[in-house]
Design a protein around this ligand. Structure first.
Ligand SMILES: [Zn+2]
Ligand SMILES: [Zn+2]
Ligand SMILES: [Zn+2]
Length: 92
């Protein structure tokens, strides 16, 4: 069992970083319609941070790591010795 090097053990990889459309990349909550937010998002917005991007100004597009199948770790198959990500101790 080893940490997947492709995703660093996170189970997903970053595909793209985009400017946050809600705050237009500023990370500020000023221009956001507060009535549409959940309570948690509202707290962020009242603190001045954009709830869509947590105030970072960027949104991240991620996808499940194909190397480890989203598990974040690579195992060695007990049967054929190949490396795989998933439940159990064999690849299939
Ligand atoms: Zn934002
Ligand atoms: Zn991985
Ligand atoms: Zn196998």
């Amino acid at each position: 069992m080893a940490v997947c090097e492709t995703c660093g053990g996170k189970g997903f990889v970053l595909v793209e970083e985009k400017k946050c459309p809600s705050c237009k990349g500023t990370g500020k909550a000023k221009s956001i319609n507060l009535s549409e937010l959940s309570e948690q998002q509202l707290n962020l917005a009242l603190g001045g941070s954009c709830p869509a991007c947590n105030g970072t100004g960027v949104t991240r597009v991620t996808e499940k790591c194909r190397e480890c199948n989203g598990y974040g770790e690579i195992k060695e198959c007990k049967v054929c010795g190949s490396h795989f990500g998933g439940d159990g101790d064999r690849c299939q």
